[in-house]
Design a protein around this ligand. Structure first.
Ligand code: SAH
Length: 219
């Protein structure tokens, strides 16, 4: 069931207000704000929920999963400090909204989703919007070794600890952004690989994500 992808001035206006709101909440990276201003978030919503598509809130996308809150998407993206052409691995494709933002910023994106139904749906939908990352289905806590190393890795579900496999697939100078904590709240960690053996870790606030499952996540 293909729904028409329609963009009006009203949507553009709502999106601009959302972006202004994100700026006030601390997202100062112009490139990130511009990308958020380009991707039509309402395309990801069912008709009944479309009026909420530019609220700064997470929403259900089926299969018990959510499209992340815009502030969360912007925060994680800002922490990645993306450069044009960066090879990026995203764990948790979900709706594909975060993936579009990353591609908009010039990422050479590999994205992996655990849930087969979401994987199929998003793999078919994103190209219709003009976004063409490389889609994979499987347990992203193990990374995607065949294409490693990555300049940037972003995990869009909350895990109990940092998966060793992901750390090992970072290039030198690479950055991993991952929420880690218990089932209700997670600290946003930014881990930078300084050398083959040295890493630096920063904490960037508390968030609330759906569970990261898999062999190096929640069982
Ligand atoms: N980036 C998404 C956020 C979706 S919510 C968006 O913009 O909409 C997080 C997603 O992570 C869910 O779709 C969930 O199924 C997926 N997920 C959870 N554990 C995973 C794992 N081990 N590997 C890959 N995806 C996983």
């Amino acid at each position: 069931m293909d729904k028409p992808l329609i963009e009006t001035y009203k949507h553009k206006g709502m999106r601009q207000s959302l972006v202004d709101d994100l700026y006030k909440k601390g997202i100062k990276d112009r490139k990130v704000l511009n990308a958020m201003n380009k991707v039509p978030r309402h395309f990801f919503f069912e008709t009944a929920l479309i009026e909420h598509s530019y609220d700064d809130k997470a929403f259900p996308i089926g299969e018990g999963q959510t499209i992340s809150q815009p502030f969360t998407v912007a925060s994680q993206t800002q922490l990645l400090s993306l450069k044009q052409g960066d090879k990026v691995l995203e764990i948790g494709t979900g709706s594909g909204y975060q993936a579009c933002i990353l591609v908009e910023l010039g990422a050479n994106l590999y994205t992996i989703e655990y849930n087969k139904i979401l994987f199929e749906r998003t793999r078919q939908f994103l190209p219709k919007m003009g976004y063409n990352p490389k889609f994979f289905c499987g347990d992203g806590t193990k990374g995607l070794p065949s294409f490693a190393p990555y300049d940037k890795i972003i995990v869009t579900a909350g895990g109990p600890f940092v998966p060793e496999s992901l750390v090992g697939q970072l290039s030198i100078g690479g950055i991993l952004v991952i929420p880690v904590g218990d089932e209700s709240k997670q600290k946003m960690l930014k881990i930078t690989r300084l050398s083959a053996t040295d890493f630096e870790q920063e904490e960037h606030g508390l968030f609330s994500f759906v569970k990261l499952r898999g062999s190096e996540g929640w069982s």
